[in-house]
Ligand binder design. Sequence first.
Ligand code: SF4
Length: 151
Amino acid sequence: MKKIAVSACLLGESCRYDGTDNRNDLLLSLLEGNEIVPFCPEDFAFGTPRPTMDLVKQEDRIRAISNESRKDLSDPVIAYAQTFFESHPDIDLFIGKDRSPSCGVCTARCYDAQKHLISDSEAGLMAKEAQKRGIETYDAQRYVANYQRKG
Ligand code: SF4
């Protein structure tokens, strides 16, 4: 049995910015028998519903910027992620919602200051914290696709 950290919206929690979820029944069936630890940095930090944010490259670093206020929202997301992984030092696997600026593993979009798309293969801020700790990370879509390929 593995201990797997999973974006809460994939498990059916209504914690997306607009109060909906991204429930993925196939993923849930693949994860059966493992210990699941849900997380949602944005719901914890900003509540639900909330304005959206995007990753923006600023010199040599990538930050999460609110699409409404243009404020830098990175610090609360990173702080949540650090506390999460400190509280769960034995996580075997991280499965994040693809394309999320917090949870996407290698599918998050990143823009320059003028809002031009410069990458669609970034890691979100929480996924990055998992990767720093050497945890195996997957976008949910990729995890399910790997299983389908094998099947
Ligand atoms: S993608 Fe991550 S931050 Fe966004 S709703 Fe899902 S768990 Fe929360």
